[in-house]
Design a binder for this molecule. Structure first.
Ligand code: FAD
Length: 373
């Protein structure tokens, strides 16, 4: 990184960047979500949206990023970048940031992003807000967001405070105190303002072929030698176990603590219902904590964020930390034997009853509807 890089020289920074993660030469779904969100921020700032893509011979996959709104992608190809290593990726990214000086830098909160982002932020001497669920530059949009989603008294807020608008600060909102309140964080004195965003939180825009064709691919010169890497990836071994594919699923049947009286039967019913719908099974945290299902099934603040077409919650109370991961589902159907369960406050259809009785009826109804076609 250049010695004269100064993260406090705010005026020198321009453009929005998104780290585009690839694994085995394939882009991750989060890349498209962040590019879509980055487009909104770049438009609010009136600047360019740029992807930064590291790998070995990855030019071929860069074009797709244009289709979701990137103006440019900076591509760094090297056999040393084929697989992620903290040292190599941090060096190349920090050198690039020092050279091109983006004002906003978004990174997906995948395992790789969670490792990479704090390392880069520390080296660049700037601020990082982790696990953001909402991002704004424009003050109008931010006020709208507060009005629609908070109980805050907005009357006395001093909107002309430098924190809100000077240098068009990125307003990074994330759950705090166990999800009981939302905190908005700004990074007013250093650049780039860095944020990580969990997979599934931001919405992917429709793909536009004309924009993909117009994408500019840039190959900056860079320096990276074997000696820069303290670790060496000798082999990538994929987990034999298939992970629950919740992100992007259209139908999710999630089970909660309500299956406790007969765990095996509860999970079997959820699996059967999900199979009838062509969907997947998810779970609330107690199900994971009790070891009834593996951690990749967890939905919520410390699990995955999902927005399927239909979310069926079986025996889930609807705690705030669970809702944080599923409340943007298009249609929510809740089955709970307690009519006061908070899940009913956000459900489009609520069934007050025993899941062990209701789920078989739902399965039978779906089967009958299919047979009648
Ligand atoms: P329970 O609280 O046990 O509720 C079970 C529900 O099932 C009840 O509403 C009950 O009425 C109903 N029920 C019981 N039997 C039946 C039956 N036979 N038929 C129908 N209904 C029945 N939770 C998450 O889910 N995801 C997270 O990511 C997450 N992150 C967290 C992070 C932090 C920092 C903290 C503090 C907590 C987090 N939690 C998370 C835990 C969260 O607070 C709740 O404890 C959890 O969501 C409760 O799960 P549940 O509703 O499935 O279980």
């Amino acid at each position: 990184m250049t010695k004269d890089f100064n993260s406090a020289d705010i005026a020198a920074f321009r453009n929005v960047w998104v780290f585009c993660e690839q694994r085995g030469g394939e882009l991750m779904p989060t890349d498209f979500e962040l590019i879509s969100e980055g487009r909104k921020l770049a438009d609010e700032l009136g600047v360019e949206l740029c992807g930064i893509l590291l790998g070995d011979d990855v030019d071929g996959i860069a074009k797709e990023l244009g289709g979701y709104g990137a103006d440019k992608v900076y591509v760094f190809n090297s056999p040393l970048l084929k697989n992620y290593t903290t040292d190599a990726y941090t060096k190349v990214i920090c050198d690039a940031v020092a050279e091109f000086k983006p004002e906003v830098f978004l990174i997906g909160a995948s395992n790789i992003g969670r490792d990479l982002a704090p390392r880069c932020a520390a080296r660049l001497h700037t601020g990082l807000c982790a696990d953001c669920t909402h991002l704004d530059v424009a003050l109008d949009g931010y006020i709208e967001f507060l009005k629609s989603g908070s109980s805050m008294d907005l009357e006395g807020v001093k909107w002309d405070s430098p924190l809100f608008d000077v240098h068009k600060n990125l307003k990074m909102t994330r759950p705090a105190f166990g999800g009981h309140l939302m905190a908005t964080i700004v990074c007013p004195r250093f650049r780039p303002a860095m944020a990580t965003v969990r997979p599934g939180v931001m919405q992917k825009k429709p793909f536009d072929q004309a924009k993909a064709d117009a994408l500019q691919i840039i190959h900056p010169e860079f320096e990276l030698a074997e000696a820069d890497l303290k670790t060496k990836v000798t082999e990538v071994v994929k987990s034999a176990k298939k992970m629950a594919d919740l992100i992007g699923a259209e139908y999710i049947v999630a089970v909660g603590g309500g299956i406790a009286s007969n765990v095996e039967k509860g999970i079997a019913l959820a699996e059967e219902l999900a199979a009838e719908l062509g969907g997947v099974v998810g779970a609330s945290r107690p199900v994971i904590d009790a070891g009834w299902m593996s951690a990749d099934h967890q939905i919520g603040q410390t699990g995955k964020t999902v927005r399927p077409k239909v979310y069926i919650a079986l025996g889930i109370s609807g705690a705030i930390q669970h809702k944080a991961g599923m409340q943007d589902s298009e249609l929510i159907i809740a089955v709970n034997k307690n009519e006061a369960a908070p899940i009913f406050e956000i459900a489009d259809y609520g069934i007050c009853g025993d899941l062990f009785e209701v789920a078989p009826q739902l399965i039978a109804e779906i089967k009958a509807a299919k047979a009648a076609k």
